[in-house]
Design a protein around this ligand. Sequence first.
Ligand SMILES: Nc1nc2c(ncn2[C@@H]2O[C@H](COP(=O)(O)OP(=O)(O)OP(=O)(O)O)[C@@H](O)[C@H]2O)c(=O)[nH]1
Length: 329
Amino acid sequence: MPINNIALLVMVLLCFVAVLLMLNLKEHRQVQAKKQQLNSYEQILDQVGAYIYVKDIHCRYVYANQLTLNFFGVTQDQLKGTSDTEYFPDSVANLLLKNDRKVIALQLKIADDIMVDGEEDGSCHVYHEIKQPFFDEKGKLTGLIGVSTEITDEYNLRSELEQLANTDALTGLYNRRSFNAFSEHEYARAMRYFEPLSLMIIDIDLFKNVNDTYGHLVGDEVIRRVALVCNQHIREADVLARIGGEEFAILLPGTDTESAYKLAERLRISQQTYRFPGQHEANDLPEVTISIGVSTLSVKDKSFAQMLSRADKALYSSKNIGRNSVHVA
Ligand SMILES: Nc1nc2c(ncn2[C@@H]2O[C@H](COP(=O)(O)OP(=O)(O)OP(=O)(O)O)[C@@H](O)[C@H]2O)c(=O)[nH]1
């Protein structure tokens, strides 16, 4: 082969190698750039004040940001392939797994509040978690991505506000608002399943005299004592509420007229014969009597209001015959 041709061949080969090297270098640079980009994304995620993690389709951890790693007390390498059973009590881990499986199976985003008991002080922490399916660039499901934030303070505040909105400050009983909600619910249930349902309205007799004679503060204590005595006689399913100043109501699911009447009589008598053990200050409060109106759900009732109105009428009958009595309507 002439020398010129060999030189040409060497030149072509060199060019080919140079092109290959350049391509390789470009690819290397791209990989490096991607790595750098991923590193900076990870750095960003590490600085977010939320627990961020990725799990595979078997609900095992693939990645977690620094906050999550700190919480679990593991490194990124130690985390890989582990599951929640290693970091949470069984009850919590099962709940988390249930949510994970839902996300994977239904390919749906879900949100939930999770309560976790603190190991050291027994305090309860609440986390709001959002989980959604995670797909690769070809659209194939590869697992899930989750974000959790601690909402203990908000949760406690919400519970306190809910309690304030639903309970009566003086007695701690349900207020009228929550009594109405319970009543509608129990009325619908009793109607649907043909179950008995009774209602009692209780009013303290001549209560104005108590206030006028002993003052409002003593009046308040008497209201609290009436509530306490009523509370001692009811079952867990019964709903006792303070629905007005000196007026109470008790909703009695699964209770027929006869049983409701017997309970009302027991309550009426026990308001006069109660005695709290020891030197209870309620024992020194002025005596009062109560009047009660009872009604029971009828198939003819079109709404809970009709039952309520019958109990009200029965209460007025009790007042009209001289108080300290029970009437059924
Ligand atoms: N101390 C106190 N008194 C209250 C409260 N809410 C309502 N009252 C009082 O309860 C009294 C109710 O009086 P009335 O409606 O005339 O009825 P009553 O004196 O109980 O007479 P009868 O119901 O007919 O037996 C009023 O004096 C109200 O001011 C409360 O939260 N605390």
